[in-house]
Design a protein around this ligand. Sequence first.
Ligand code: MG
Length: 265
Amino acid sequence: MRIVRFSPVAADPILKLGKDPLFGLLNDDQTIAVIEGDPLYQGVRPVGKAVPLSQVRLLAPVLPRSKVVCIGKNYADHAKEMGGEAPAEPVIFLKPNTSVIGPGDTIAWPAMSDRVDHEAELAIVIGRICKDVPKERINDVIFGYTLANDVTARDLQKKDGQWTRAKGFDTFCPLGPWIETDFLPGKQSITATLNGEVKQSAHLSDMIFDIPTIINFVSQVMTLLPGDVILTGTPAGIGPMPEKSTITVAIEGLGELTNRVSAHG
Ligand code: MG
């Protein structure tokens, strides 16, 4: 299933959708079957209404109530380009949930920074409260997968020595375009394309720590809640996004996540 969260472009008098964000199932014919409530908490229950994809604005498919956990240096070639060795165990950090935006939203260039980078990443969406998850039970706690851009103010990352400011600005966590519940990470390609030019290109199988290891490790540190998102690291090829550029993250089977960058703040 492809689960989207969306806002009707205009209130529809026939469907009576209103303007509040809704969840739905994206069908192959580019319609969205509206579902009741939040599927993370209430399951997937179609209400019998459908709306064309063209008549809605897609939002981030999940709005984390709690946290976005990130894995740093999870591709050996990226660890190398950052001037370090591949880590012996996962390096984790947090982005605030207020950094999340959806497909098509604008990444706001903060006035504090002179360099804003893209980082294409696979994102895991957690579906259940869980702690100390054994590797063989991860599929019991994963709701699905989506795409993420771990936007980073690279100059501030170097300057601060820790990453909260560099990675925590509002709009620095684009997510979407949908949550795929049937995705199995394997050898799929992952790319970042900046103004039409491919900048990052790798395969999910290039990760140093795989998904079972990541969930097992993170859940030994902190309880994971429904709607929590885990970003699984970025491959080599990170670099700055110029003012007003367009960045697209893509993973085979998960679609594309495109955002524009604002002018320098
Ligand atoms: Mg990252």
